[in-house]
Design a protein around this ligand. Structure first.
Ligand code: SF4
Ligand code: SF4
Length: 380
């Protein structure tokens, strides 16, 4: 059985967060079960972009501080590292509070810049990961629980995509194309190349709606931990009330017969599933609605079914960030107007994830609009 621990934690308060993490790790024997004296331990928080902790885009710095302190008390040397999706590492570290977390806990910040080529063990022959990530003796993964426009949810497994350096992320999106299944396979293969010894999820304030960059904070008031990232994500998805059919990474992990992909594989400590709060986080507007339709129909109707990205003219400042990040170069800015080539678009939603002001919206496909009119309901 894969073991996952949960604990209620109502708010971000330094002493309270530290105590909650100590209690969260008790069923496993505490931090010293994961870290041995003298080891270099890399903490991998979510440092997507330069947003304040209250915006719930990034892992809260008090969690990073507490974990760094506990690792140092266990005798480890602590590094805090990531490769932000947008903006300079220093700016992201300062704005998200990681700079202060490092200073207060005696950890070193490390930007992922150099990569190392690794032989893939599955569908992908070669994968480049950040050298600082691969060379660390141990990894402790510190994801934020958020909705995700392409993958429905980002948590422990998806957070490790940050070990792929900057612009190389776009190349992988391009390889996966429109397939969430293929992208999930890639994420799981990245996870298998260098597994964290421990995953601690920040679900005190999570994100719902148009995550991972432009959703809304939602209070879940929980911390989740476990050595198996797949099992931790299975519990995170259940806690957030996300339908299992929409959890692409868990589905793919199930196809790969990975342990922890199903609730029945998991032993819980601290709280049983029956006691989970009855939550159902709001899902992203861009969510694909193909589930339940026969395959031949979805191929033909896809462009009419799924929403497309479209910039809001009134708010878009034509900064070009989305254009530069778009993997298939489907976005153009000409004559003071932004356009999206829907035929090229692979619906990775990087443009919405990285737009600093939330100006990239979704435009419904024709069939979705018609269905909404017909039913009198708002379609997703
Ligand atoms: S949609 Fe956002 S990222 Fe793209 S150009 Fe406009 S403001 Fe910039
Ligand atoms: S337009 Fe947006 S959703 Fe489409 S491929 Fe480019 S970044 Fe991805």
């Amino acid at each position: 059985m894969e073991q996952v621990s949960l604990i209620a934690a109502e708010r971000y308060e330094r002493a309270g967060v530290r105590q909650a993490i100590i209690e969260l790790l008790e069923p496993f024997g505490g931090m010293s079960s994961f870290v041995t004296s003298g080891e270099r331990v890399l903490l991998k928080p979510n440092m997507l972009s330069a947003k304040e902790p209250e915006q719930a885009v990034t892992t809260h710095p008090l969690i990073v501080t507490a974990v760094a302190e506990l690792v140092r008390e266990a005798g480890g040397t602590v590094l805090i590292g990531d490769s932000p999706g947008i903006g300079s590492f220093t700016r992201v570290a300062k704005k998200t509070g990681m700079y202060d977390a490092a200073e207060e806990s005696g950890a070193a910040l490390v930007e992922f810049t150099e990569s190392v080529e690794l032989k893939g063990s599955g569908m992908f022959r070669s994968i480049h990961l950040a050298r600082a990530y691969y060379d660390a003796d141990k990894i402790i993964n510190l994801p934020k629980l958020k909705t995700h426009e392409m993958m429905t949810m980002t948590c422990a497994v998806k957070n490790l995509f940050g070990a792929v350096i900057g612009t190389e992320k776009a190349g992988w999106h391009l390889k996966a194309g429109c397939s969430q299944e293929l992208f999930a396979q890639l994420l799981l293969e990245i996870y298998l190349l260098k597994k964290p010894v421990l995953n601690i999820v920040d679900a005190i304030i999570a994100m719902e709606g148009n995550g991972p960059g432009n959703g809304n904070p939602v209070n879940i008031g929980m911390l989740i931990a476990g050595a198996n990232a797949v099992a931790v994500d299975t519990i995170a998805g259940k806690l957030a009330g996300i339908p299992v059919d929409l959890l692409y990474i868990e589905r793919q992990a199930g196809r790969m017969a990975m342990a922890g992909a199903q609730l029945k594989d998991i032993e819980l400590f601290g709280m049983q599933v029956e006691a989970f709060p009855l939550l159902r986080v709001k899902l992203p507007d861009s969510l694909d609605v193909r589930f339940g339709l026969p395959g031949f129909l979805t191929k033909r109707l896809k462009k009419h079914l799924i929403p497309h990205p479209a910039a809001d003219r009134a708010t878009c400042i034509l900064c070009g960030i989305c254009r530069d990040a778009c993997p298939p170069a489907a976005i153009a800015i000409q004559n003071s107007a932004l356009s999206v080539d829907n035929a090229r678009c692979i619906h990775c939603w990087c443009c919405r994830e990285l737009c600093p002001i939330g100006a990239m919206k979704t435009k419904k496909g024709l069939l979705l609009k018609a269905a909404a009119l017909f039913s009198g309901k708002k379609s997703p």
